[in-house]
Design a protein around this ligand. Structure first.
Ligand SMILES: [Zn+2]
Length: 171
């Protein structure tokens, strides 16, 4: 399971595995940077930003880090998020009249709409001023009939039929 996620590190020539601080995992309630305050909503995904070596030393990835797509699908749109850009990818999986999507957040990307394969490069990490370098990944069920124009963080956080799932339990 985590092997697939560690592939992204291997492709960036980093041999250590990912490390997740409290607050970076799915459904965590607090921020993991700054004031460590409560999030506005429980974390809708996983933040990838740190690795741990065999001596237990934790390192932050660099801004030049390449982000690769985990699961094949179709790029539907990119939007601005509060740090960089978010990429919405629709997968060929349906359940209860909903489709499965991946959303990558805080990227710098010039990816265009259309098919995207597993482990295709989709961008680098956005420059940020006060937040440690990381990218966000969500896996989410979204109604099949949603108008793509409506797709943004606000709409999917308010639509009751949308369901975020834990990527580490699904992939
Ligand atoms: Zn996040």
């Amino acid at each position: 399971m985590k092997d697939l996620f560690n592939q992204t590190l291997i492709k960036n020539s980093i041999s250590d595995p990912w490390y997740f601080k409290e607050g970076m995992n799915f459904d965590d309630k607090n921020l993991w940077w700054g004031d460590y305050n409560l999030r506005l909503v429980p974390h809708e995904g996983v933040d990838f930003g740190y690795t741990i070596n065999s001596d237990g030393k934790i390192s932050n990835i660099q801004e030049s880090f390449f982000v690769y797509n985990f699961l094949k699908g179709t790029v539907i749109k990119t939007i601005k998020d509060f740090i960089g850009e978010s990429v919405f990818i629709k997968h060929d999986k349906s359940e209860k009249k909903r489709s499965l999507y991946s959303i990558y957040g805080h990227l710098q990307t010039d990816i265009s709409k259309g098919p995207v394969s597993s482990f295709q490069k989709i961008g680098t990490i956005s420059n940020r001023k006060n937040i440690p370098v990381h990218f966000h990944y969500s896996l989410v069920w979204i109604p099949e009939n949603i108008d793509f124009k409506m797709l943004d963080w606000k709409s999917i956080n308010t639509l009751k039929t949308v369901e975020f799932i834990n990527p580490f339990k699904y992939i």
